[in-house]
Write a protein that binds this ligand. Sequence first.
Ligand code: PEP
Ligand code: MG
Length: 566
Amino acid sequence: MSDSVSLSGVGIGRGLALGPILRMPDPLPEPADVASTVGADAEKVRSAGALAATAADIRLRGQRAGGAAKDVLDAQAFMAEDPTLKDDVDARITSGKTAERAVYEAFAAFRDLLTSMGGYMGERATDLNDVSQRVVAHLQGVSAPGVPDPDYKFVLVARDLAPADTALLDLDKVLALITSDGGPTSHTAILAREKSIVAVVGATGALELTDDQTVIVDATTGAVTVDPTDEQKAAAEATIASRAAAADVPVGPGALADGTAVPLLANLGSVDGAEPAIEKGAEGVGLFRTEFLFLDADRAPTVAEQQEKYTQLLTAFAGKKVVVRALDAGADKPLSFLNDAPEENPALGLRGIRALRANEPILRDQLTALANADAATDADLWVMAPMVSTVEESRYFTKLAKELGIKTAGVMIEVPAAALLADRILPETDFASIGTNDLTQYTLAADRLLGSVASFQDPWHPAVLRLVGEVGRAGASLGKPVGICGEAAADPLLAVVLVGLGATSLSMSPAALADVRAELARFSLDQAKEFAELALSANSAVEARVAVVNAANAFTTSISTITESE
Ligand code: PEP
Ligand code: MG
């Protein structure tokens, strides 16, 4: 039982942290509105000097921080140097204000203007407050308000951190960040994301937290648990330790603990995604969703238009495997040039390979563009058909693709009929890739876009896993690769189960690669098969998951017991 309270906000990233709170010191008080004792000219010299010194100081911090922090801080330095703002300060001084008061008022007026614009500009308002405080601190000869620097690790709580502070946070000391203000596009959020700081922004009630309290900050859910129970602390510590272990696994090829290779590939929908995917260790592309390139097009793309994009993609992955999917149009991804007739039930309509077949010249153009791009580059191109449901479709697509110069042609298994007949479909083609998103939708008869049936959309369901197992078994006996490219592959423990069911590669959004890589490295192929058996013998998705989580935990506990007694 828990009697701790929770706050909630917007979590940035996926981290978790546990520690004592330290509040950001209160900002400087508003400078008093009193008459200047030194005269306007002297006040103008003082304010000009303070603005210039503050700009220089912020710029220096930016140089030290580098990366996105530098851009943010350079923008702040520009604010301090803004000639319109300086004119406003001077005008206020001329009317009798002190430099401190004039700076305070001029920045506040500018800030109110930005706030009234809302959105992205509104979120820049905090930056102005920070610059204002720094200029006033300089004028008063006191240190600028900043992040506390105790000799222990802490969770920093602030109204909204200034970019200068976020950029320079000592990550050895600051376990996490909680702000009461700021949204997901505030600079605090942008920088926290870049620096992988565990953060929850916009947490209502954060300012009521006090320095003696302990919190668990969960960026995945955006929850802040205040004064957690011992059980909650222990669970958080275990999660933090396993995430740290995951981060320590070097970026390298995916493999099980016994060395069985499980290539980890990226799901991409644009060429821009290539570089970040490679940085995260993607060993190639397991699903390139070509329809994403043409969602807005009102006519079919030409061979030349397509060839240019595919050449860029294959060039980025030179020497690596790239699985490109032929246009998967229909249902939630209609393409006007492929799906022109309105349908009552588009998820069960003329979609995927059916729509391509009904418009064969478009399919021929795409395959030709892909073959041309392949000939001009060094990647290992595989091309697959979406939403195949019959043996005949598999034969049709593979024959046409080969005829047009595609060396490796395969099919996606997303329809239960195709999974059940995998032993007859696979002989007709070179490989299969299982799309667990649609396979789950069609197996459970639950629209993947409909919130009211979302609980049915669980790829842990033993019926879905049994179908995956059918394909895995067919692939193994025929010596044909079977990849997984649905979201299921991004769930680390389910990924182990999928390998146990016969998947030979896993493809996922690049952000999931590290966690999946780490989880695979914990278990052998025999264990993966054991987990698969446990999941298959469950009666529901929940039971399957619980059974496998328990088996995995039991294994982890026995390992740590052995290690401790050594
Ligand atoms: C799938 O259905 O699992 C799949 C990978 O394809 P998409 O999500 O693009 O339908
Ligand atoms: Mg699909």
